[in-house]
Ligand binder design. Structure first.
Ligand SMILES: Nc1ncnc2c1ncn2[C@@H]1O[C@H](COP(=O)(O)OP(=O)(O)OP(=O)(O)O)[C@@H](O)[C@H]1O
Length: 253
């Protein structure tokens, strides 16, 4: 039986007069990849940051692993992994030193080389953050969410700006992290990403959840209404060509 690890009830966030989040409710099950899918400005980051204890809510109830956000934010902080602002990645330090630094902040002992290996960055251990490619930067950022061995990690648009290989690579990484038992909550505005990666998604638009289910069931429900997509003439698209030519595996980047 799966268990609810995050419960959000009637969450509202106002910025002055503007209501960015308009009373949304959802549950995240332990061990799933849950996606908040929506266009720019829908309120995804705001919702995520409230659950992460980084932003004040206006009203509503949030519980994470049984801890109430209002009364036990510090207990919540202990069990979640948050992507650190890249401004915290001191320019003079290499990746090993940065991992050591963050481990110290979290009061955890981690093997920096093992951690970098888990995100395929062992070759870049002595490089500085600014020397990484976009995909490598994202993988390093995800590695930093794992330092405190969290039960839940939060990923805010982790693949924005990445090329198709780097995106697929990151999807594999996120699936791998989930396979280790970590719950993942992710925001995205890419439909293909939500479809391949998320066990369940909430589609959020103008601060409201307008649909919530597994991607499969959402598609089946649409098809059941008689909806039919224009027939694809070709059995592959340009992205398939690109991946086929350049390979799916990590490049030297
Ligand atoms: N600090 C702030 N002050 C005022 N308005 C804000 C603030 N932060 C966000 N907003 C507004 O709240 C709405 C939701 O923003 P949010 O960043 O949560 O959206 P999002 O779904 O994450 O979008 P994106 O994909 O563009 O990041 C937007 O209209 C945004 O302009």
């Amino acid at each position: 039986m799966s268990q609810v690890i995050i419960s959000v009830r009637n969450l509202v966030k106002k910025y002055g007069q503007f209501e960015a989040v308009k009373g949304i409710s959802f549950d995240v099950q332990e061990g799933e990849i849950f996606g908040l899918l929506g266009p720019n400005g829908a309120g995804k980051s705001t919702t995520l940051e409230i659950i992460e204890t980084l932003r004040e809510k206006t009203s509503g109830e949030v519980t994470v692993n049984g801890f109430n956000l209002d009364t036990d934010p510090n207990e919540i902080k202990k069990i979640i992994g948050v992507q650190l602002q890249t401004s915290g990645f001191y320019p003079g330090l290499n990746l090993l030193e940065l991992v050591d630094l963050f481990a110290g902040l979290y009061n955890r002992s981690v093997d920096p080389r093992e951690l970098l290996k888990s995100v395929n960055l062992e070759d870049k251990a002595k490089n500085k953050y600014k020397e990484l490619s976009g995909g490598q930067k994202q993988r390093f950022s995800i590695a930093t969410t794992l330092i405190n061995q969290p039960k839940i990690i939060f990923l805010d648009e982790p693949t924005t700006g990445l090329d198709p290989q780097a995106r697929r690579n990151l999807w594999d990484l996120v699936k791998h992290i989930r396979a280790q038992g970590t719950t993942v909550i992710i925001t995205t505005h890419y439909m293909d990403e939500a479809e391949v990666l998320c066990d369940r998604i909430a589609i959020i638009d103008s601060g409201k959840i307008i649909a919530m289910d597994t991607p499969d069931k959402m598609i089946d429900a649409l098809v059941a209404t008689g909806f039919e997509r224009p027939k694809e003439v070709k059995k592959a698209n340009l992205e398939d060509v690109f991946i086929n030519l350049t390979g799916h595996a990590l490049r030297g980047e």
